[in-house]
Design a protein around this ligand. Structure first.
Ligand SMILES: Cc1cc2nc3c(=O)[nH]c(=O)nc-3n(C[C@H](O)[C@H](O)[C@H](O)COP(=O)(O)OP(=O)(O)OC[C@H]3O[C@@H](n4cnc5c(N)ncnc54)[C@H](O)[C@@H]3O)c2cc1C
Length: 447
């Protein structure tokens, strides 16, 4: 049954059974395992927490071995004076932040609750804090990596800046386990803000909410978080978690600073802008109570799971249909967010899909959670068509098919559309140079 668990992720991608699972908790054994697999041409899939959403941990062909690094999960060192720490790949980001609290520091990227640093490096994860602090690309300083040959390399020193050669750290961040196994990461840390507040603003339409968000980005107000949920997403959290929220589009904000006056100034400015007749803000609630703020954000963070409540019969019981989620992930320059959301709404009507929308609005990145019956090929086909048309529209607005979830196996065709054949040829050449036998996570990123 362990093999079955490792044959699948949380998405709609079809399971493929691995032939074995190797649990490893040190670098030397990772090196030995890769040497053996490379010699025999055995495919290797690194499985961290399996929360990725594009089929990344589903074996891309028969006969693969899964490397499970969940026990390789220690915080190795904290350097408060340098604002960095060194961790093993299996460490969960929330656990890391628990351990960093005593230093008054935290690591900003905040994807799925169970995600680990290795997996987050794999997908170049981000989350609700990315527009203030950046994604994994900006927050990973250096890596230790085992190459498919078993050779162990470091990508960079721990110095805050370095011009030493090609940027290998960024090559591995976002490589989805296709180039090597990350065995250690040095991470940049931030100071925990001393004063914070959270706010919920409701708007009559998604367009008003999106235009308000884009306006805040343009005004450069140093918010900590800036997120949007449409009325369908709000309905889903009402159904799933009994929230009793008015079912209208909502903008969620986090203010943070080093003094009361600083945060108070931000709140006043945003309130003033929200009341502008152009945005038609209907309801506005602000809290400085950390418990209330946490409650507000936990609703947003669970929106993906809440989406399932929109579909009757959803669940895993024997008598119920098995509903999986196809999650879209386009991102556009933030000023184009209202435009891409308008196109998305038209596509939802055209394809007749149920698709709650949740946006990391500060980054111009958003998700539609499409609920598909895994046994219904037609439904999956329609949802894939919807995803593709949306991605093409985003690419047409100088955007991307994936802001944070990665390409996996579901967006390989879109990567070519986004970057063109030359860039893909170069990526293939890099892959061939690092992994000539094609053992690392076969079938991901490109066909
Ligand atoms: C409820 C929910 C909310 C989410 N919200 C967000 C969000 O806001 N932002 C966001 O970015 N993502 C989000 N995600 C997606 C997911 O959490 C991220 O993709 C995360 O980075 C995956 O981490 P993981 O530890 O689960 O990795 P896995 O899914 O196990 O692996 C991800 C990829 O990394 C590779 N990998 C894992 N470990 C290593 C290693 N040591 N060396 C090399 N490659 C490795 C794997 O082979 C795979 O290709 C969400 C998911 C869920 C379920």
């Amino acid at each position: 049954s362990d093999l079955k668990v490792r044959s699948k992720d949380l998405s709609y991608h079809e399971p493929v059974m691995p032939v074995g699972i190797v649990s490893i908790a040190n670098e030397e054994d990772v090196s030995k395992a890769l040497r053996i697999c490379n010699k025999h041409g055995v495919g290797v899939v690194v499985f961290a927490a399996g929360t990725s959403l594009e089929g990344q941990v589903v074996p891309g062909r028969e006969g693969c071995v899964v490397l499970d690094l969940s026990m390789f999960d220690k915080l190795v060192a904290v350097h408060p004076g340098d604002l960095d720490c060194v961790v093993q790949p299996g460490l969960n980001w929330m656990e890391l932040n628990n351990q960093l609290k005593e230093h008054g520091l935290f690591f900003p990227p905040d994807p799925g609750a169970a995600a680990t640093i290795g997996g987050m490096c794999g997908t170049c994860a981000s989350g609700t804090l990315a527009w203030r602090y950046g994604t994994m690309k900006e927050n990973v300083l250096a890596l230790r990596v085992v190459l498919p040959t078993g050779e162990i390399i470091k990508t960079r020193s721990r110095a805050t800046k370095s011009s030493a050669g090609y940027d290998l750290t960024r090559l591995f961040v976002g490589s989805e386990g296709t180039l090597g196994v990350i065995t250690q990461a040095t991470l940049r840390l931030k100071k925990i803000p001393t004063v914070s507040a959270a706010a919920k603003f409701q708007f009559p339409t998604l367009d008003h909410a999106a235009r308000f968000s884009s306006f805040l980005v343009k005004r450069c107000i140093p918010l900590q978080r800036l997120e949007v949920m449409d009325e369908i997403a709000v309905r889903s959290v009402n159904l799933a978690f009994d929230q009793g929220l008015p079912e209208r589009p909502v903008v969620l904000l986090d203010f943070a600073g080093t003094s009361e006056a600083d945060v108070e100034g931000q709140i006043k400015e945003v309130e003033r802008l929200a009341r502008d007749a152009e945005f038609k803000c209907e309801d506005l609630a602000i809290t400085k109570d950390p418990v209330q703020a946490e409650k507000l954000w936990s609703v947003r963070k669970r929106a993906l799971f809440a989406a399932k409540s929109l579909r009757e019969g959803a669940g895993h019981g024997k008598s119920k249909t098995r509903i999986a989620t196809l999650t879209t992930d386009v991102a556009v320059p933030p000023s184009r967010l209202p435009d891409i959301l308008e196109v998305t709404r038209q596509l939802i009507v055209k394809h007749g899909v149920v698709a709650p929308i949740v946006a990391h609005a500060g980054d111009g990145n958003f998700h539609c959670f499409l609920l598909v019956d895994e046994a219904n090929e037609q439904e999956i086909l329609i949802s894939e068509r919807f995803r593709d048309e949306m991605a093409e529209a985003a690419i047409g607005m100088e955007g991307t098919c994936t802001g944070e979830h990665g390409v996996g196996s579901g967006k390989r065709h879109l990567l070519v559309k986004e970057l063109g054949p030359g860039a893909i040829r170069l990526m293939r050449a890099l892959k061939k140079a690092v992994d000539p036998n094609g053992i690392m996570n076969p079938g991901k990123v490109f066909e």
